[in-house]
Ligand binder design. Structure first.
Ligand code: PXP
Length: 255
């Protein structure tokens, strides 16, 4: 299979700051401030900031998106469900990228990938105005080749592969299954790249599992949140991001 790398070989790190807002909202106060975390992440070497505005506003709120758009110097990856409300918000702010994710109210986090294949007609229409507004559109999907093909067909520029199952299998000690999942992720990254899609990955990445994922050469960007915000309690957000960056570079032979 032909591989068409759609990036310059450097793996970008997008830092997801949702869970700074989770802690803030737990007390109904104004701190910790997600914008302050985002600015600190920029200083520590984040190549972009990701924020997921959920329908129920459980962490990031509309005012956070406004503040991020006004102050960031790195690109904002605006994560949202493919609803009319979120499309209107994205069109108002015109973030660098819009990552479409499946969303269920009762889930704790984004549990699976988007079913692009079953929703092709609606999504094709949905993407048009976002692309016209200059947003790069990304589909958060599993490694099923049908979902990758459908993403290319509807005009998405990027697919972000959900690596949560790999992370879980590894954490639970299912080494062989984890290796199989990793191989499937690698194959799908190669396939997506051969279709001209830029390939990202995210969900559940930690210091322990990031290197195997970062070593997949077709990947252009990793989006990492929960672990980094948790690790910030122990070593500070800047040092946590720097250590993640170091491990990503190590995996790419760049350290
Ligand atoms: N990428 C996407 C599309 C996500 O939905 C999430 C979780 O919000 C992440 C990356 C980051 O996952 P985690 O918080 O587990 O690092």
């Amino acid at each position: 299979m032909k591989t068409a790398l759609t990036h310059d070989g450097k793996l970008r790190l997008g830092v997801n700051i949702d869970h700074v807002a989770t802690v803030r909202n737990a007390r109904g106060s104004a701190w910790p401030d997600p914008l302050r975390a985002a600015l600190l992440a920029e200083t520590a070497g984040a190549d972009g900031i990701t924020a997921h505005l959920r329908e129920d506003r459980r962490h990031i709120r509309d005012a956070d998106i406004e503040a991020l758009m006004a102050a960031l110097t790195v690109p904002l990856n605006f994560e949202c469900a493919a609803t009319a409300e979120m499309q209107a918000i994205a069109l108002r702010h015109k973030p660098h990228a819009v990552c479409l994710v499946p969303e269920k109210r009762e889930e704790r986090t984004t549990e699976g990938g988007l079913d692009v294949a079953s929703d092709q007609n609606r999504l094709t229409e949905y993407l048009i105005s976002l692309r016209e507004a200059g947003c790069r559109v990304s589909m958060f999907i599993g490694h099923d080749p049908h979902q990758i093909e459908a993403s290319a067909r509807i005009g998405a520029e990027i697919v972000e592969l959900h690596v949560g199952l790999y992370s879980d299998l590894l954490a639970e000690g299912h080494t062989e299954l984890a290796q199989r999942e990793l191989a499937a992720l690698h194959r799908s990254a190669t396939f997506a790249s051969s279709l001209g899609l830029e390939v990202h990955a995210g969900h559940g990445l930690t210091f322990d599992n990031v290197e195997a994922i970062a070593a997949i050469p077709e990947l252009a960007e990793l989006n990492i949140g929960h672990f980094l915000i948790g690790e910030a309690i122990f070593r500070g957000l800047g040092p946590a991001i720097e250590e993640m960056r170091r491990r990503m570079d190590l995996a790419r032979g760049m350290a």
